[in-house]
Design a protein around this ligand. Structure first.
Ligand SMILES: CC(C)(COP(=O)(O)OP(=O)(O)OC[C@H]1O[C@@H](n2cnc3c(N)ncnc32)[C@H](O)[C@@H]1OP(=O)(O)O)[C@@H](O)C(=O)NCCC(=O)NCCS
Length: 149
């Protein structure tokens, strides 16, 4: 999805409960502590949640989850299946989520300091490190990254 033109066969759309098996497979291959099905269902039903999937050839290749908190968006989760990375999917999902909320003033997220791929992604999207959350992951601190819109 680089250069602003969507690739053929790529679609960004709202996540539904029916996507959860595929979304959870992407998570299991991507993040250290994937959410349970019940947590996913709770998040999807929350009035403050905003969840998108990116479909590639009819399969879920990536997803993003955010929470709208007053005039700020909090990125809760983002993952791209390993075979589909470095093709602009994460960038496309972050851009789509922000574009859907023109009223929002700031976007923020937490990231593991050792997660170089994610940190580079967020810097490339205009986020800056603005703080550190002690023991956010239990075993590790999180960097807080923020982008003012
Ligand atoms: C981080 C992650 C979401 C990036 O997804 P992606 O679709 O591969 O990212 P994109 O293709 O949109 O990358 C956009 C830019 O981010 C940076 N980037 C992404 N992955 C990178 C990597 N492995 N190394 C260095 N830079 C990277 C680059 O600047 C890239 O632009 P470029 O390809 O033109 O150089 C993906 O690696 C992933 O799912 N990781 C595991 C889960 C995770 O860490 N989620 C984030 C939790 S905070």
């Amino acid at each position: 999805m680089k250069g602003g033109e969507p690739e053929a066969g790529i679609l960004v759309r709202p996540m539904s409960l029916a996507d959860l098996p595929e979304v959870m497979r992407v998570d299991a291959a991507s993040i250290p502590r994937p959410w349970s099905a019940s947590l996913w269902r709770e998040e999807l039903e929350s009035p403050f949640g905003f969840y998108l999937v990116l479909e590639e050839g009819g399969e879920v290749a990536a997803h993003i989850g955010l929470k709208l908190v007053a005039d700020e968006l909090h990125v809760m989760t983002l993952a791209v299946r390993p075979g589909s990375r470095r093709r602009g999917h994460a960038r496309a999902l972050v851009d789509a989520a922000i574009a859907a909320h023109p009223e929002v003033k700031r976007v923020y997220l937490e990231v593991r300091p050792a997660n170089v791929a994610a940190r580079r992604l967020y810097v490339s999207l205009g986020f800056e490190v603005t703080g550190r959350r002690r023991r956010y992951y239990g075993d590790e601190d999180a960097l807080l990254m923020t982008r003012d819109l």
